[in-house]
Write a protein that binds this ligand. Structure first.
Ligand SMILES: *Cc1c(COP(=O)(O)O)cnc(C)c1O
Length: 351
């Protein structure tokens, strides 16, 4: 059974399990007052080459929405892409945690906002009848597996800045983006104008750990209260931090992401050009979206491959669209087997 449904179908990386076991010794002060959390804070400062304020949480949704709550008041507007996880997959948590801020969705090719569209959309400042422009939110890597180039992030942040808006980044797949762009974490965040980052680790090898990384210390003052009130202050916080420590040690996070990206690339090369197969987005990180003839999809499933059916307006008639996601522990031979079966099935379907 090979599972390409998502990168959260994965088990924990053994190194992170070992870090948890190492933290599982004796007593430690609760609520983030433990030595592991202290080390993790220092590690994030090194990683981002600046003073950060870091709060570990257990889900990406919590990281996103607690972060956004620092940037948007209840009467605020948060501009984001229509495919954004905060819009589609968080069950209203952004609205709930901000106390009612409105998500204003924008189009944009390849799952990305553009500076021009953003600039056109920002409206209503000072008008008592309108939500007040408060923040923008970018997902890096995006929900469709594409990437903002550094200049694109800077350009969006520049527009945000000129309207006094905060900049949030959903980095559930931050590592995949860093590995693909081959840039530093600093370059992709605060140096490009990001104020608050949801730094993902779960999909790339942790059990349940993400970090809210705040680049403007003055924004951080209220975070502790918001996290506690939202039920995300863990009393045994050392176990969240231990996962992050294991994740960041010895470049594990980057090596994991490089592996996942490389296998997605291998998959894309193997699949593109097969009859009836269309890749819908450039494969830049670890996700592929493609349409295939119906019998091919059924044949792949019958052979035990697991993946999600997906639908976008781009799906051609007579085909179905699917999403494939590779992960830090995907095996190359499983990709080879998948591509080989696809090749055989597409040839048969084309006869
Ligand atoms: C997975 C994911 C998250 C986090 O989801 P949780 O299920 O809350 O951990 C956030 N943003 C994106 C783009 C994701 O893919």
């Amino acid at each position: 059974m090979t599972n390409f449904a998502s990168d959260n179908v994965t088990a924990m990386a053994p190194e992170i399990l070992a870090a948890l076991a190492a933290a599982n010794q004796g007593p430690a002060m609760p609520y983030g007052e433990d030595p592991v959390t202290e080390r993790v804070r220092a590690r994030f400062n090194d990683l981002f080459e600046t003073e950060t304020v870091v709060f570990p949480v257990a889900t990406g949704t919590a990281a996103n929405v607690l972060g956004l709550s620092l940037l948007a008041p209840p009467y605020g507007a948060v501009y984001c892409h229509r495919d954004a996880h905060i819009v589609v997959d968080e069950c209203g948590a952004p609205e709930f945690y901000t106390g009612g801020a409105k998500l204003v969705t924008l189009d944009g090719a390849d799952g990305k906002l553009t500076a021009v569209e953003l600039s056109d959309a920002i409206d209503g400042a000072g008008v008592v009848h309108h939500v007040q422009p408060a923040a923008i939110s970018l997902t890096q890597a995006t929900e469709v597996g594409t990437l903002y180039q550094l200049e694109e992030i800077s350009a969006l942040a520049e527009v945000a800045r000129s309207h006094k808006l905060g900049v949030h980044m959903d980095g559930a797949r931050f590592a995949n983006a860093i590995a693909a762009l081959d840039c530093s974490p600093a370059e992709m965040t605060w140096k490009a104008g990001v104020d608050v980052l949801a730094f993902g680790a779960t999909k790339n090898g942790a059990m349940a750990a993400e970090a809210v990384v705040i680049f403007k210390p003055e924004l951080a003052d209220e975070f502790g209260f918001r996290r506690k009130r939202g039920g995300h202050l863990f009393s045994k916080g050392r176990f969240l931090s231990a996962q992050l420590e294991g994740y960041l040690a010895d470049d594990l996070w980057l090596n994991h992401a490089r592996h996942a990206n490389a296998l997605a690339d291998q998959m894309a090369k193997g699949l593109s050009g097969l009859p009836g197969v269309t890749l819908h987005y450039p494969v830049a990180a670890n996700m592929l979206f493609l349409s295939l003839p119906e019998p091919v999809i059924d044949g792949l499933k019958a052979a035990g491959f697991m993946f999600y059916d997906w639908t976008t307006p781009a799906t051609p008639a007579g085909t179905r669209e699917i999403r494939l996601v590779t992960a830090f522990n995907t095996l190359s031979e499983d990709v080879v087997a998948f591509v080989a079966l696809c090749e055989a099935l597409t040839r048969k379907a084309a006869e």
